[in-house]
Design a protein around this ligand. Structure first.
Ligand code: NAD
Length: 492
């Protein structure tokens, strides 16, 4: 099944017959071959989604009817949570408890949007009080159309769920192009769609590379909306491709998020949240708080505890009991991260912990939890997203300086602040130029709350009701209700 594409409710081989090796990053073994879809497959999938939208039942179902399908998907994900989590570990490398967390979140996301689909039945129409009372007007929310969704490899099924669940809840149909590095759980979702008898053409899944399958999807004239999660350079290309037909576009891109720790913080709590903010998922998290700013009086103490604890993290195959840090997703990412650490060293940064491949690992793309200090604010490692278990730590003198340093970035996805002083936390939270702010923690994510970035971290918001709005058009319907003639050209 893995070498097939899910199009119009059927599994079929890519027309050109190509495959892509799917590699387990913990062992470097090829675990299976996925289909390498190309523009012909994308065209077929988009046309299936188009027909399903234009003449199929899906967009015309009530929200409650669509909700039943979404709940059925959630139920199937839940039923096979262990199998899906293991697949995610073999595909992506993350530790099994993290994968289980992600799978549960994916099921939760489908359940949450089932609820919003039901609500749509009551709130799809909103009366508008217009100034001229001879008219009555209303705003109606309708499904946006055919969605081209492109997702990354860091949360393979969860990032898919963040797009598929709201898009289906809204009544859209879609073509999904998962990351070529981690296509397996997305394909399982195709299987689930088949099992629950999702109407054909509503969800189509085309695996393949960004160039051969992603690009044709972004350029396809029958796609109404592009929903993309990935890096800034690819996001830029997606936006440019979508500009051709003025497609609706939402982008969830990268980050270089700050974590500001004030001197009144509890040092153990600070170290725990700093670690959670950068070592979870091997640091391959768009919102990772990879720039840590610590107020001078506690800088040495926090750094000492952070380096001690980072060195204790159990590294290993994500399927092994007790593993807290798995391998990096691919050889390409592994090489990029090591090159970034080397560049930081050459630029004068100090490697306070980690910095390379852990001892005793002959295979697998493993990198130690790495803590860097003494970098300059114009250095590559401080400014660019490394997307690995690499944290930059810098001292600051006062609140004003912390805010300035935190906001000095072209990204604006997330930011965190820690202090016992609630008023200060609120002040700093409002000063951050970022779409997501955490107080006294880092990384918690909820299906109900908006997710997305300021500046180059993206356009639009996923999750919550904002995530549903991503897939809805707003139509104004205005009626002239007065008995009198309009009387502009034809005078009574
Ligand atoms: P990427 O940009 O390399 O790839 C993302 C997806 O785009 C993949 O499916 C890829 O095949 C596809 N793609 C590549 N080139 C394409 C093209 N020209 N046209 C269309 N599609 C193309 O990103 P990645 O390495 O998979 O993921 C890591 C990045 O994703 C990081 O920058 C991370 O911050 C970001 N990310 C952001 C969020 C968020 O919510 N903001 C969440 C997860 C990841």
């Amino acid at each position: 099944m893995q070498d097939k594409l899910f199009i119009d409710g059927k599994w079929e081989k890519p027309r050109k017959g190509g495959t892509i090796d799917v590699i387990n990053p913990a062992t470097e073994e090829v675990i299976c071959k996925a289909g390498a879809g190309t523009s012909n497959d994308v065209d077929h999938a988009v046309k299936a989604a188009r027909i399903a939208f234009d003449s199929g039942p899906w967009p015309k179902l009530t929200g409650a009817e669509r909700a039943r399908y979404l709940r059925a998907i959630a139920g199937k994900i839940d039923e096979r949570r262990h199998a899906l989590a293991r697949l995610e570990v073999m595909d992506n490398g993350k530790p099994l408890p993290e994968a289980l967390w992600d799978i549960d979140d994916a099921a939760g996301c489908f359940n949450y949007y089932a609820g919003l689909a039901e609500e749509l039945d009551n709130n799809a129409e909103e009366p508008i009080a217009v100034a001229d009372t001879r008219f009555s007007s209303k705003a109606v929310r309708e499904p946006l159309g055919v969605v081209g969704a492109i997702t990354p490899w860091n949360y393979p099924l969860l990032m898919v769920a963040w797009k598929v669940a709201p898009a289906l809840a809204a009544g859209c149909t879609m073509v999904l192009k998962p990351s070529e590095l981690t296509p397996l759980t997305a394909l399982e979702l195709g299987r689930i769609a088949e099992e629950i008898d999702l109407p054909r053409g509503v969800l189509n899944i085309v695996t393949g590379t960004g160039q051969d399958a992603g690009e044709p999807l972004t350029e396809h004239p029958l796609v109404d909306k592009l929903a993309f999660t990935g890096s800034v350079p690819t996001g830029r290309k997606v936006m440019m491709a979508g500009a051709q037909d003025i497609k609706n576009i939402s982008l969830e891109l990268g980050g270089k998020s700050p974590f500001v720790v004030f001197a009144d913080s509890d040092i153990e709590k600070a170290v725990e949240w700093i670690m959670f903010g950068i070592f979870w998922n091997q640091g391959q998290v768009c919102s990772a708080t990879s720039r840590v700013l610590i107020e001078e009086p506690i800088y040495d103490a926090v750094l000492k505890r952070l380096t001690e604890e980072a060195a204790k993290i159990k590294i290993g195959n994500g399927l092994d009991e007790g593993t807290l840090l798995g391998p990096i997703v691919s050889k390409g990412q592994y090489d990029k991260i090591l090159a970034a650490i080397e560049r930081a060293r050459l630029d004068g940064a100090t490697v306070a912990a980690g910095g390379g491949r852990p001892a005793g690992f002959d295979s697998g793309y493993f990198i130690e939890p790495t803590v860097l200090t003494n970098m300059t604010t114009d250095s590559f490692v401080w400014r660019e997203e490394i997307f690995g278990p690499v944290v930059c730590v810098m001292p600051f003198r006062n609140e004003e300086e912390a805010i300035r340093l935190a906001n000095d970035s072209r990204f604006g996805l997330a930011a965190a602040v820690m202090s016992e002083d609630r008023a200060r936390c609120e002040r700093v939270a409002s000063a951050f130029r970022a779409g997501i702010v955490w107080i006294n923690c880092s990384q918690p994510t909820f299906a109900e709350a908006p997710w997305g970035g300021y500046k180059q971290s993206g356009i639009g918001r996923e999750l919550g009701r904002w995530g549903l709005a991503n897939y809805l058009e707003v139509k104004q319907i205005t009626s002239f209700d007065a008995d009198e003639p309009w009387g502009w050209y034809i005078k009574g």
